[in-house]
Design a protein around this ligand. Structure first.
Ligand code: HBI
Ligand code: FE
Length: 289
């Protein structure tokens, strides 16, 4: 696994795993890595990313050069939706993750990937977390959804249902698509922070694009090591918020407990397919292995 996964808060971290961002310790090369990634994505995303994402980049002034200072970013974000960005050394335990989220604190890695990891790294660095996730936190509806997700995560911990709930996060917050402006747009941070997947998710004939359905998503496994074999499409952030706030998940977890999981890339009865994928990308990767 990644070299930023810790069993206990590392030396210097607070009990809630937060650490000082250490903004003045970033080197010019690290700022230049951010600028390189930012420039590449901001060329790709107009017309491809959700309007709310592009608006968030603008209102949070993320187009300014260099790695953002979390305190400045949080001041602006607080005024908009009550969210803050707090620095952590890497992946934090689920209960810590959900507690911060339920209290509108977005945990962001303070390290940035190396030049030889530009196209992919398994752990959330500052570009994935801040460029990928933070712009949508400026949208009031999405901001409420994520806080509701945090509360849902705390409940799911009690019900031993984290594995299922993590799928909702994965297929929306990380890899979600939204119907917008007469087409499909990206809102998932994992896509929007990746040059290759920003193209693959919308243009490639290989993945399925399936209409979002809560039960279907909670049953569907996902891959963490490559592009997604399927994406789920919502109609609006309102739909996500309503689904998460008005639904009592406990009976759904019970209902799904004796139903099988669905493999990534599978199509099942009841799926409303916006596009049925060819699966060619993953078939070729399989053949190459
Ligand atoms: N920790 N820093 C960090 N960032 C994440 O995105 C994250 C995490 N811990 C757990 C986690 N994500 C997911 O497993 C949640 O779905 C629980
Ligand atoms: Fe993420």
């Amino acid at each position: 696994m990644a070299d930023h996964v810790f069993e206990a808060p590392p030396a210097g971290a607070n009990p809630d795993w937060t650490i000082p961002q250490g903004w003045d310790r970033y080197t010019p090369e690290e700022h230049a890595t951010w600028d390189l990634l930012f420039e590449r994505q901001s060329r790709l995303l107009p017309g491809r990313a959700s309007e709310a994402f592009l608006k968030g980049l603008d209102v949070l002034r993320l187009e300014r050069p260099g790695i953002p200072d979390f305190d400045e970013l949080s001041d602006r974000l607080m005024g908009l939706t009550g969210w803050r960005v707090v620095a952590v050394p890497g992946l934090v335990p689920d209960d810590v993750f959900f507690d911060h989220m339920a209290n509108r604190r977005f945990v962001a890695g303070n390290f940035i990937r190396r030049r030889d990891q530009l196209d992919y790294l398994q752990e959330p660095d500052v570009f994935h977390d801040v460029f990928g996730h933070v712009p949508l936190l400026a949208d009031p509806v999405f901001a409420d959804y994520l806080a509701a997700y945090g509360r849902g995560g705390q409940r799911a911990l009690g019900l031993g249902a984290i594995k299922k709930l993590a799928r909702l996060y994965w297929y929306t917050v990380e890899f979600g698509l939204v119907r917008e402006a007469g087409g499909l747009r990206i809102f998932g941070a994992g896509i929007v922070s990746s040059a290759g997947e920003s193209l693959f998710a919308l243009d490639d004939p290989s993945p399925h694009r399936i209409r979002f359905d809560l039960r279907r998503v909670l049953r569907t496994e996902y891959r963490i090591d490559d592009y997604q074999p399927n994406y789920f499409v919502i109609d609006s952030y309102d739909e996500l918020l309503r689904t998460t706030v008005k639904t009592d998940f406990a009976p759904i977890y019970a209902e799904l407990a004796d139903m099988s999981d669905i493999a990534p890339g599978a199509v099942v009865d009841g799926d409303e397919l916006l596009t049925r994928g060819t699966g060619a990308y993953h078939a070729a990767r399989q053949a190459a292995e």
